[in-house]
Ligand binder design. Structure first.
Ligand SMILES: C[S@@+](CC[C@H](N)C(=O)[O-])C[C@H]1O[C@@H](n2cnc3c(N)ncnc32)[C@H](O)[C@@H]1O
Length: 197
């Protein structure tokens, strides 16, 4: 489905549609920063968030990972110097950890997002690193509950409390949930922030 979206140019629509929430999410984890850090965008689509994070002079390395070869091909066309990697998750882990893991509108497509949060904590983050993950499909966002049927795609529907417990169970500390990018008729992206000890 996502490769089809990329072919139809829907990646650009996601880029503009998600921008306000992503900017707020990056602010929550202190981007731009005053110290060097590395970052990864999980479910990066056409890689626009990698390029946004990479524009911070203190970001020394950023990688984008996505399961759609067409999305990654697009990312490489836009930015042929960038680091973009095709991988179906959760069946892949990076060779080294990162100081920041970002993800937007990715986790709920998985059948077991709670297990993915554990992997992001254990295998993707350096000690002291931070995760920020945004989702628009969650129980309290009633408008989003029709999406799985409308798109005929699996989505795991959890409440805000269930996401918070999943973050804590995955091992994150200082867990915070925010609703960002609110606008008329939209209760906001659920932005989850946590730190690895
Ligand atoms: C709704 S799009 C969001 C893309 C991007 N984060 C953005 O905000 O524009 C979801 C992305 O997650 C990727 N994705 C979904 N399930 C995946 C999986 N199991 N492994 C890797 N990527 C996956 C899709 O290919 C798609 O590019």
């Amino acid at each position: 489905m996502f490769s089809e979206w990329a072919e139809k140019g829907k990646d650009k629509g996601m880029e503009s549609g998600h921008a306000a929430s992503v900017h707020a999410m990056l602010e929550l984890v202190g981007i731009p920063r005053s110290n060097d850090y590395t970052a990864v965008d999980v479910g990066c689509g056409n890689g626009w968030v990698c390029r946004l994070i990479g524009s911070d002079p203190k970001c020394t390395h950023v990688t984008g990972v996505d399961g759609s070869a067409t999305m990654i091909a697009k990312a490489k066309t836009i930015d042929n110097e960038g680091n973009y990697h095709v991988a179906k998750l959760p069946d892949w882990k990076p060779p080294t950890g990162f100081d920041l893991v970002h993800s937007m509108e990715f986790l709920y497509y998985l059948h077991d997002p709670k297990a993915m949060l554990r992997l992001l904590h254990d295998d993707w983050l350096n000690s002291g690193g931070m995760l920020v993950a945004g989702i628009d499909h969650y129980l309290e966002n009633e408008d989003s509950l029709s999406w799985p049927e409308a798109l005929n795609v699996h989505m795991t529907t959890l409440s805000k409390d269930e996401w918070k417990s999943a973050m804590n169970d995955a091992g994150f500390v200082d867990v915070e949930l925010h609703q960002v990018g609110k606008k008329d008729g939209f209760i906001g992206t659920l932005a989850m922030v946590g730190r690895k000890l």
